[in-house]
Design a protein around this ligand. Structure first.
Ligand code: EPU
Length: 420
């Protein structure tokens, strides 16, 4: 298993180009199953999750070609069942269900389990399929959905922690080929949902309201091939912004969309980080001493759970007390004990982490437990004195394209140790 070796306390300087959004490209790839015609997706990040999704589409019968940062797909004939091992590897693959149900009127995929960040149920996805008229059963670890016909309906997708991003995507994709009108209430408003709706509309779907809590889908008989460029990854951009702030650096985020990052940029500004918009770029500059800020994760447009771990690393370096509350995934605090190994002073109290920041961090071997936790450890390692070894970096390769290469370009002393 590869690891990253970081010699810390080096300010990051320079420019980093933000890649396509992982959480947008995965459902968009799944959506290509809705048509037998060719589709072209551009600005595709090189990530292991994207390769897995490519394998799933291939297994389902699609012809998938990767050419640089473009994917060409054609799903002439597909089957309605997903392989257990592939689906199990990546939770995001549950979003093939909506397209399979929409096109074939049947879908069977292995029921994704929980993961280190929480239980991760899919009850809302299934409630949506049922509302469209599908019969849903769970048998031997698989979830089966089938219908003679799908009929549009009013569907409420609000759950315990707000809406569901992939649930909204799944229902939108199935409803695109249903008869009549579907209205999703309490739909997820994330930019990745809007990007998927844009792609579906380019395929001939009739979807309005994406990005708001009410999404209306008027079903069409069939969809056609389309081309699409994926939005830049707001979580990757936020991670480099925080890394710049944590190391007293100055980094230009090329191609980041500030309008998708308001909650993060606003909190960074409150903490004293300099933020300047320069055309399509955002310049992040840390000139002065930072102040602690309290943060609560919320559905979009609130502060994203996918940036909670990284901002905690920054607060650990900031003198004073900050309270970081996680409202989306109940156990997304696996990074806390590893940050503590680097010298951070953090206590967990229910859904909140109390960060007593400002203690000097010093390098140590640490273990990545999930994607964003790994990013937090890399940030802490970049700021810490001495050497930090982040083990199990396959987690980070799921969602960060060439992170060590991009950080080296910014002046970081980071190398990948490959293990056979
Ligand atoms: N939930 C339910 N029932 C459901 C679905 C979700 O109760 O049927 C709950 C979840 O347990 C959670 C909340 O609703 O408490 C939100 O979960 P959501 O369904 O929105 O998460 P997701 O769609 O499975 C996507 C991203 C995650 C990101 C979340 C929240 C992808 C592939 N994954 O997951 O990304 O954290 O939205 O924004 O789009 C990551 O990139 O590191 C990552 C984990």
């Amino acid at each position: 298993m590869d690891s990253l070796l970081i010699k810390g306390a080096v300010p990051l300087h320079g420019e980093v180009t933000i890649g396509g959004a992982k959480n947008a490209v995965l459902p968009i790839m799944a959506a290509t199953l809705l048509t037998a015609e060719p589709c072209v997706i551009r600005r595709v990040p090189h990530l292991s999750d994207v390769r897995f999704m490519g394998q799933i589409l291939t297994w389902l019968g699609s012809d998938v070609r990767f050419e640089g940062d473009t994917i060409r797909t054609q799903a002439r004939k597909i089957k309605g069942a997903g392989d257990y091992d592939l689906i199990r590897k990546m939770r995001g693959s549950v979003c093939v269900m909506g397209p399979l149900l929409g096109r074939l009127k049947k879908a069977s995929v292995s029921l994704p389990g929980g993961c280190v960040i929480g239980a991760r149920p899919i009850n809302l996805h299934l409630k949506g399929f049922q509302a469209l008229g599908a019969r849903v059963t769970i048998e031997a670890g698989y979830v089966h959905a089938s219908a003679k016909r799908l009929v549009g309906s009013a569907i409420f997708l609000g759950g315990r922690a707000g809406s569901t991003v992939l649930g909204t995507a799944n229902v939108m994709m199935a409803a695109a080929l249903a008869e009549g009108v579907t209205v999703i209430e309490s739909a997820a408003c994330e930019p990745e949902v809007v990007d998927l709706a844009d792609f579906l509309n380019a395929m001939g779907a009739q979807i309005s309201g994406a990005g708001s809590p009410t999404v209306t889908i008027t079903g069409v008989k069939q969809l056609h091939g389309a081309e699409h460029e994926v939005i830049p990854d707001r979580i990757e951009a936020a991670t480099y912004a925080i890394a710049a702030a944590a190391t007293h650096g100055e980094v230009t985020l090329r191609g980041a969309r500030a309008e998708h990052m308001r909650a993060v940029l606003d909190k960074l500004k409150d903490a004293g980080v300099g933020i300047e918009r320069r055309g399509a770029d955002i310049v992040i500059r840390r000139a002065r001493r930072l102040k602690p800020v309290d943060i609560t994760t919320l559905p979009y447009s609130g502060f994203p759970t996918d940036v909670q771990a990284q901002v905690m690393a920054l607060m650990a370096l900031t003198p004073g007390i900050s309270i970081i509350t996680e409202r989306i995934f109940e156990s997304r605090f696996m990074h806390v004990s590893e940050l503590t190994r680097l010298g951070a002073d953090i206590e967990i109290e229910g859904p909140s982490a109390i960060v007593k920041g400002g203690k000097p961090l010093s390098g140590a071997p640490v273990m990545a437990s999930d994607l964003r936790a790994s990013a937090a450890l890399v940030i802490a390692g970049l700021a810490a004195r001495g050497t930090t070894q982040v083990n199990r970096v396959y987690h980070i390769d799921r969602g960060y394209e060439n992170i060590d290469g991009k950080l080296r370009q910014l002046g970081a002393r980071i190398e990948r140790i490959e293990e056979p």
